[in-house]
Design a protein. Structure first.
Ligand code: DHB
Ligand code: FE
Length: 295
C-alpha cells in the first residue's frame, strides 16, 4: 500500500522565482526565507518521496473567472507551465502520477466530492515555485535528461480566487478523503502531501499590504494538533483575519486533512515580508502506525 510520509507547506510568491533565477538566495532580503528550505532539503533527502500530492490554487493560467471549478484534480501524464507575465523563467514540465490521480478522483467522487477531472492542466506559479524550492537542482536542469524531477505529482486545485469559496471545513474533509485514497492505493509508493500559498496577504483594495502575524501564528499552532478549531472560521472571517489572498490557507487545511496519522511539526520558518506576503515554510511528519496504536 502507499504510505503518507508527511507534508511540506510553503508560500508561493512569484518574486521567489525571480530571486532563484538571479541567484539571490543569500541576499539579506531573501536569506531569511530561503534558509527555511535547508531543513526541507534534509527531510526530502532522508524520506525520499516518490509522489507529491499538491494542494494549490490556480491564479488564472489554467482556469479563469468564466469557468472556475471549486475542486479540480489533475490526471495528466505531465503538466506544463506557461509564461504568466511575472518575468520569471517558465518551469520545466513536471511528470504526473496518472494512476494515483484516477484512484484519488474515484475515491473523492465516491465520498460525494464532485470534482472536475483534468486530463490536461497547466500549472502556474503556485505549483512551480514550490517545486523549484523543494528540488532546486532538478528545477534548473535543462531538458530533463541529467537531473529528472525526483517525484511525480498529483495536482489538486482549490478555488481561492472567486467567491463563493469552499469552507475550511470542506477543504479539511477533502484532504481527509484524499488521505484515505492514498492509503488505500495498492502500490508501494512513498507519498508526500504539499500545500502552497499563504500565509496572510492582500494584494489589492484598501487593505493592500495587510499582514496579520498573530492570526498566522494561531493557524500554524492549531493546524498541527487542533485543526478542527480552525474550521469554525467562516470564509469571511478568514478574509478579515488573513487578507483576501490569505485565504490560500484553504490549501493548508486540505493538506492537513490528508495527513491521517499522528502529525507533528518538524520545522517551521516564518518571515515577514516576502513581497506582500507573510512567508511560511513548514515540514510535517505523519506517523500512521502511531495513530492506529492510539485508536
Ligand atoms: C504574491 C503572493 C501570491 O500568493 C501570489 O499568488 C502572487 C503574488 C505577492 O506577495 O507578491
Ligand atoms: Fe497566490
Amino acid at each position: 500500500m502507499a504510505q503518507i510520509i508527511g507534508g511540506v507547506a510553503t508560500t508561493h510568491v512569484p518574486a521567489i522565482g525571480k530571486a532563484i533565477a538571479d541567484g539571490k538566495q543569500n541576499d539579506p532580503y531573501w536569506k531569511p526565507f530561503f534558509k527555511g528550505f535547508d531543513y526541507v532539503h534534509y527531510w526530502l533527502a532522508r524520506t525520499k518521496p516518490d509522489v507529491a500530492v499538491v494542494f494549490y490554487n490556480d491564479h488564472g493560467l489554467n482556469f479563469f473567472l468564466d469557468k472556475l471549478p471549486t475542486f479540480a484534480v489533475g490526471a495528466a501524464a505531465e503538466y506544463r507551465s506557461e509564461d504568466e507575465g511575472w518575468g520569471i523563467p517558465v518551469s520545466r514540465t513536471v511528470p504526473g502520477e496518472t494512476a494515483l490521480s484516477w484512484h484519488i478522483i474515484n475515491t473523492l467522487v465516491a465520498d460525494d466530492f464532485d470534482v472536475t477531472m483534468c486530463q490536461e492542466m497547466l500549472i502556474d506559479h503556485a505549483l512551480t515555485i514550490p517545486m523549484a524550492l523543494m528540488w532546486p537542482a532538478a528545477a534548473a536542469a535543462k531538458g530533463g535528461a541529467e537531473k529528472p524531477w525526483p517525484v511525480k505529482i498529483v495536482p489538486i486545485e482549490i478555488n481561492t480566487v472567486q467567491h463563493p469559496l469552499p469552507s475550511l471545513k470542506r477543504c479539511f474533509a477533502l484532504g481527509r478523503s484524499v488521505g484515505r485514497a492514498i492509503e488505500s492505493y495498492d502500490q508501494k509508493l512513498r507519498v508526500m502531501v504539499v500545500a502552497t500559498g499563504g500565509l496572510s496577504h492582500q494584494l489589492d483594495g484598501a487593505r493592500a499590504g495587510f499582514i496579520n502575524r498573530d492570526f498566522d501564528q494561531l493557524c500554524l499552532d492549531k493546524i498541527v494538533a487542533e485543526p478542527d478549531a480552525l474550521t469554525r472560521y467562516s470564509i469571511h472571517e478568514l478574509v478579515k483575519e488573513s487578507g483576501s489572498q490569505g485565504v490560500e490557507f484553504l490549501n493548508w487545511m486540505a493538506m492537513r486533512g490528508a495527513l491521517t496519522g499522528r502529525v507533528s511539526e518538524l520545522n517551521r520558518n516564518y518571515h515577514i515580508p516576502i513581497s506582500n506576503t507573510a512567508a511560511a515554510t513548514v515540514v510535517y511528519d505523519n506517523q500512521p502506525e502511531e495513530a492506529r496504536k492510539a485508536a
